[in-house]
Design a protein around this ligand. Sequence first.
Ligand code: GAP
Length: 455
Amino acid sequence: MNNMDKIVNLCKQYGFVFPGSEIYDGFANTWDFGPVGVELKNNIKKAWWKRFVQEDKNTYGVDAAILMNPKVWEASGHVSSFSDPKMDCKKCKQRFRADNLIEEYSNGTVAAEGMTNEEMEKYISDNNIKCPNCGGTNWSEIKQFKLMFETSRGTVEGNKDTVYLRPETCQGEYVNYVNVLRTSRTKVPFAIAQIGKSFRNEITPGNFLFRTIEFEQMELQKFCHEKDGMNFFNDYKKRALDFIIDLGLDKDKLRYHDHDKLAHYAKAACDIQYKFPIGWEELNGIHHRGTWDLSRHGEFSGKKLEYQDPDTNEKYIPNVIEYSIGADRLTLAILCEAYEVEKLDNDTREVMHFNPSIAPYKVAVLPLVKKYHKEKADEIYDLLSSEFMCTYDETGSIGKRYRRQDVIGTPFCITVDDDTLNNNTVTIRDRDTMNQITLDIKDAILYVKEKIEFR
Ligand code: GAP
């Protein structure tokens, strides 16, 4: 079993992530976060918000509607060109992205991104590229496959308008640029951030949470003067990398991937890639988008999106620097990084070495002997759970209970024993070192609080 399969099984077994609609035999490429997983993902989102919104006095949050006026998607270019080149294998009927087939075949040495459909068809035929599923070479012609999910709005049958499930959250930030500027009484440069669901009818979803059809994005748009654009671009490149290292990703498994080919309006683009068990893949993107977004929305809405600098009176359309990261993809990277099967003297243990600030539960409260220590343990649970997320376990040997906490990444286990009854002290066991210390219960709270802060 490869590492990704182990992670998928572990997630299912311990309540991180379940297959979507499982009792109906599932629904491909949808996943439900369970009790442990939802805590982990929420903590990751909170850490992002703390770092990029709370601690940055010129960044403002929004929570925009998923369904937007369809003109938004005309202005953004999604209606006309948000599609991938699909090809069907006529033998096994599986569907593939032609650009992916070429990139995989050439080991990334041929960039299919800039090729026309005819050029891709010729390359695939000249090189006799085989279907990864059945080995066949009888391919359909390439067709553009639309990636936006469509639905309709309207109460009268036959009189319905097409609307789209948003494929990215950032358009909710662009359309609120003037609202946020006005109500926050701020000046350019400033940023708008948002966390929310996006939907894409991906041709080849897969690899667990890596590519799904419904996912959460954490996106931030910095609105700035053209002269400051490259500085902010480089600044977000650095801050984006620092953030994921601070969350616990190994810096040797991270690298920048600067784009050679840019969209016609873009001035610079860079991904940060992480070495997933499936190989080096994009984790997040930083893009210098010039004035494209605000110019297009100005044009399509007929509204003035020009900014007038109150100090110099200069009028201009701000440039946009975008920083975008998938919350689910980052959760997957964190799960892969944290997982270890650790060899002990006469044993092994599965352990998730999460940074304590994002661990699902901060503390597990364990009465040593249920019969004698439960009442006090309940009291301590109530005390601690008003401060941070806790869990409670009274069944099985203490060793087994430690292992159960190790595998869900609980950084501290607090054991309640006779000493707790007699003099209010508890034993705190550290997940990573497995060392134990004894503290007064009040000091134990301070000890844990200090260690779980995200900085
Ligand atoms: N607004 C820019 C934008 O959406 P993107 O590169 O298409 O750019 C940004 O997406 C991030 O969203 C990616 O780096 C990735 O982390 C995440 N993402 C994109 N498509 C995804 C999918 N199908 N499943 C999970 N995460 C996805």
